[in-house]
Design a protein around this ligand. Structure first.
Ligand code: F1P
Length: 344
């Protein structure tokens, strides 16, 4: 494959390695903010960067045991009284691949003028506006992208935020194992994912994820939508039973990102949808033991847990969107209706 999107998906191990090395070498860049004393932690961005904020906030709270929330950048300046509480201090992580998205820049500036606390900006593009507007600039330039859709930028910025969470509580992490695991798993599963992506008989795509997997499920859903102009939906597992499951049929593909914490209930939902005729694409540590209409990616590596699996899981979903786009003769580098940066 020659296009930028494929190259950048496959570059993720290098981007992760480079970024971890950069973070380990430069703790003074972020130590004051990441280990600072704040009442609550906000993660904010737009589009893919908002999906990232959802998973980053869940992982932050899970790892550091401090309150965290993911919000769309526009909510911060449109409904500030729903985000902040007078007298409380916050650390805001402004997340933007380009560092030029108008809403994210506006949110960071609004926060500085109306909230108390600090701002950390995370971006992949050198010299971007975001870097000059925040208290603590963090540049993950190894994940710079030429393509329109965000792939390595998503996982690398999420990896950075998970690294910060472990750094704050000074806990050991296994993030450095992710690049090797990615290479091993992609060599094993890429062809199966490609086969699924090339099956154009599927008309409905439902992404399911709980806890830290919910934001990543949304991101997989957005990748498929952006690259293939296909309607998709995303739910928490058990929520899907409360009405939306009415659409499930033989033309439905359920993409299920299961967790270790809730697998016992998650698997029941998946089996119920499989019985209704859906095909399953499952990524998780346990097996569903379904004999037909199911592709399973088993996370066998013992060091992968609910704090790190979300970073890896999304890369499998990037391939699904990519191969469906190619099967539909669409150019993943130039998705319909989209611009690389949204300026308002
Ligand atoms: C945010 C974003 C992307 C989307 C498209 C337009 O960009 O909404 O999520 O895929 O590229 O911009 P950024 O703020 O992360 O640069």
């Amino acid at each position: 494959m020659s296009d930028n999107t494929y190259r950048e998906i496959m570059h993720q191990p290098e981007a992760w390695n480079d970024t971890l090395a950069y973070l380990e070498k430069n703790p003074l860049l972020y130590e004051k903010a990441v280990r600072g004393s704040f009442d609550s932690f906000l993660f904010s961005g737009c589009g893919t960067s908002y999906n990232l904020s959802l998973s980053a906030a869940a992982l932050w709270q899970k790892i550091t045991r401090t309150p965290a929330r993911g919000i769309p950048a526009s909510e911060l300046f449109l409904f500030p009284d729903l985000i902040g509480v007078p007298g409380k201090s916050y650390l805001l992580f402004g997340i933007s691949r380009s560092g030029e998205t108008s809403e994210t820049i506006r949110a960071v500036n609004f926060f500085r003028d109306h909230f108390s606390g600090l701002t950390v900006g995370i971006t992949c593009d050198e010299g971007s506006s975001l870097l000059s507007q925040v208290s603590v600039p963090v540049l993950t330039s190894s994940a710079h992208e030429e393509s329109m859709v965000m792939t390595q930028s998503f996982t690398t910025m999420l990896l950075t935020l998970v690294y910060f969470a472990y750094f704050r509580v000074q806990k050991e992490n296994y993030l450095s194992e992710l690049p090797g695991i990615f290479k091993t798993m992609i060599s094993e599963y890429e062809s199966s994912i490609r086969q699924l992506g090339e099956d154009l008989s599927f008309e409905k795509f439902i992404f399911l994820g709980n806890g830290p997997y919910y934001g990543v499920a949304w991101e997989g859903s957005l990748k498929l939508k952006e690259m293939t102009a296909t309607p998709t939906e995303t739910f928490h597992f058990l929520e899907f039973r409360h009405g939306p499951k009415s659409i499930v049929d033989q033309k439905t593909l359920i993409i299920a990102l299961t967790s270790s914490a809730a697998f016992s209930l998650e698997k029941d939902v998946i089996r119920e949808m499989h019985d209704l005729g859906a095909t399953i694409f499952h990524v998780g540590r346990e097996s569903l033991n379904l004999t037909s209409r199911c592709l399973e990616i088993k996370l066998k590596n013992m060091t992968i847990d609910d704090c790190t699996a979300p970073i890896l899981d999304v890369s499998f979903l990037q391939f699904l969107g990519y191969y469906r786009a190619r099967a539909k003769k669409m150019n993943p580098d130039e998705p319909r209706n989209l611009t690389k940066v949204v300026k308002i």
